[in-house]
Write a protein that binds this ligand. Structure first.
Ligand code: SAH
Length: 259
């Protein structure tokens, strides 16, 4: 789908442009048309165009796939058809192919991707892509996790949702996302809200104390503890994370940015 670009006024930044190549363009914008991403889409902060890979088929049957070389079950997307689809939108934006064989998506990667002009996302189906497409085009294989989806479309939506919420003007000014899970190599601390006592459970006293330094220390300790318990892999990858002082205290002391 097309959203009019908002670049008529010199003050406005160019919108982040997403092109999705898929056999199911009708799946878009889907959930990206609602809530935060949907509002940003209609405000022209980003644009989304979904192109049907099948429109690049060359034969009478409009086929896009063929049987795997070497045998085995399923079908493989043909490199010539996929290349034609990629070439139709290629303009220097990063090109990502959704595949469980790809590099795992991380918040750091999302920040990197969102700093550019936009993205081209190639969605697989069946058994995936002919491997030669990765040699013939600057296509980066990306996975959204260690499980198998039936197609790349939901993965493309995950990537776009993660990117769009970081675009300037999408989240409120107060919430830049800098304190969220993964930003400091830790899961975020747990949250609480009213009622103060619910089913006999009371919000931790420290959070009601009004002592911001104490709150920051408690939150950091909980972030470290929960990360150690739930995601020891994150802890390992970011060796020093557990040594960092509470982020709000650090920011007050040094005026340094958190990321
Ligand atoms: N035979 C492949 C899986 C194919 S699943 C394998 O074992 O590696 C069909 C399509 O769904 C893939 O081409 C890809 O585009 C998408 N997909 C499935 N799981 C995914 C994941 N974890 N991350 C990103 N894309 C995925």
């Amino acid at each position: 789908m097309h959203t009019p670009n908002v670049c008529d006024s010199g003050e406005k930044a160019m919108p982040f442009r997403a092109s999705v190549l898929t056999l199911y363009p009708e799946m878009f914008p889907g959930p990206l048309g609602t809530s935060l991403a949907g509002r940003a889409l209609s405000e022209g902060l980003w644009s989304l165009e979904a192109t049907n890979i099948r429109s690049f088929a060359t034969d009478r049957h409009r086929s896009v796939d063929d049987t795997p070389a070497g045998g085995g079950s399923g079908m493989v997307l043909r490199p010539d058809i996929v290349a034609a689809a990629l070439d139709s939108v290629a303009d220097g934006r990063p090109m990502l192919a959704l595949t469980p064989r790809g590099e795992s998506l991380t918040q750091a990667r999302v920040r990197d991707l969102v700093s550019g002009e936009g993205l081209i996302l190639l969605c697989g189906r069946f058994e995936g892509f002919d491997e030669r497409i990765f040699e013939a085009r600057p296509l980066h294989p990306v996975s959204i996790g260690d499980y198998i989806l039936s197609g790349g479309e939901l993965g493309a939506m995950v990537i776009l949702d993660a990117c769009v919420r970081l675009l300037p003007g999408v989240m409120g000014a107060a919430s830049s996302g800098e304190e969220e899970s993964f930003e400091a190599g830790l899961l975020e601390y747990p949250h609480y809200t009213r009622p103060v006592t619910w089913e006999g459970r009371t919000i931790p006293e420290v959070l009601r104390s009004g002592d911001h330094a104490k709150i920051a220390t408690w939150r950091h300790a909980r972030a470290v503890e929960d990360t150690r318990l739930r995601r020891p892999d994150l802890m390992e990858r970011h060796g020093g994370a557990s040594q960092a002082p509470p982020s709000s205290a650090r920011r007050r002391d040094t005026k340094a940015k958190d990321v």
